[in-house]
Design a protein around this ligand. Structure first.
Ligand SMILES: [Cu+2]
Length: 147
């Protein structure tokens, strides 16, 4: 009986690392990007960065095999005009940071082809703590206002 209990405990403990590996420290949830009209080679991607770890993290870089470059931007209203500037995307421990229209976004530049509804845009995010996080972002219609 004791032996059986020990074996059960060992089995439960063995399962812990597997569970931890299944839930990544950083997640880009509810991601979406609008379809691009002909001739447009830039797109803004949105979603929710969720930091499940107990340490603060920040985005160091982002790339996409489908584009020349990806930058983190924030949109600001300056003297009645929307302007974009580089953003330092930080996510506090156990918290989330939302990327949304008229706020922070991933600016995808130099798209190698149009983004069509139903396509996916692959982006690889590199975080200081969580390391590489790959996201396959669903492409929504050009008129979409959310995921
Ligand atoms: Cu931008």
């Amino acid at each position: 009986m004791i032996r059986a209990a020990r074996m059960l405990l060992a089995t439960l403990l063995a399962g812990v690392p597997a569970l931890a590996a299944a839930a990544p420290a950083m997640e880009f949830a509810n991601a979406w990007v609008r379809a691009t009209p002909p001739g447009q080679s830039v797109a803004a991607a949105y979603g929710i960065l969720r930091n499940r770890s107990n340490v603060a993290d920040r985005l160091l870089a982002a790339t996409s095999p489908q584009a020349a470059s990806v930058e983190a931007h924030v949109t600001e209203l300056v003297n009645g005009v929307y302007q974009m500037r580089d953003s330092d995307l930080r996510v506090p421990a156990g918290a989330q940071t939302t990327l949304e229209p008229e706020g922070s976004h991933l600016m995808v530049m130099g798209l190698k082809g149009p983004l069509r509804p139903g396509d996916r845009l692959t982006v690889i995010l590199r975080f200081a703590k969580a390391g590489l996080v790959r996201v396959d972002i669903p492409v929504r219609p050009a008129s979409a206002t959310g995921p």
